[in-house]
Design a protein around this ligand. Sequence first.
Ligand code: ADP
Ligand code: MG
Length: 256
Amino acid sequence: MDLSLRHITHRYDEVEVLRDINLEIKQGQIVCIIGPSGCGKSTLLRMIGGLERPTSGEVLQIGEPPADCLNPLTYIFQDFALLPWRTVEGNVSLALEDHALSATMREEIIADVLARTKLADFRTAYPRQLSGGMKQRVAIARALSVRPAVLLMDEPLSALDSQTRELLMDDLVDLWEKENYTAAYVTHNLAEAVRLGHKIVVLSRRPGEIRDIVEIDMPLSARTGENSELESIQKRLWTLMRDEARAADRELLDAR
Ligand code: ADP
Ligand code: MG
């Protein structure tokens, strides 16, 4: 299933937050969305997920989600959103409880996603017994359990320290290369975008408009170590982001 965003514009009362966003998210693609703080990234992701309706424009689903898909558009949040009184297994099973599945089927799905996120040995652990990186892997396992057509990730690594973030990026690359996931991935971290994105969309300051779209052909698994092509892309993205952030600051000053 592909997604096509057509002329998405959004206002909260008088404030225009997004302006004429046109974007294709193709199956098997990781699309990273970057932009300065407050430019409308989370708002855009909520519109993609159908949690909020744009003032104008539309998000089209093209093609069918996979036959065994339980929830086509599935979120993964920055703060993990785990229930502390439930085990790892219990937290994953939360996503499955609304669906008519046999107990055996549910157990199979849980075992499968815990294996894929390397959490099989922690099935009966509670969130407080886990590191930050493992907690986010539980949230990822939960999202994968409903076999989404598109994963919607809002700064999923932002609450983690830089070492954990690196490790989790490797895990995501493994998963994505193996299983050909589709994702819209919001981040303000350029290194993450360049490591994980097939396509990087740069939004301007508010109202967020598309400033640039950069496609990177290199396979995700090849993007480790020093790499001059990726470094120069990251530099170019940084120049764009820096200019937008500075302009946003100047506008605040002028508005005083
Ligand atoms: P980002 O994720 O890029 O930091 P957001 O999408 O969260 O940006 O917010 C974009 C702008 O919209 C911000 O100025 C924010 O204050 C405003 N905003 C976000 N949600 C709401 C809301 N529910 N009501 C009013 N304004 C909002
Ligand atoms: Mg946000």
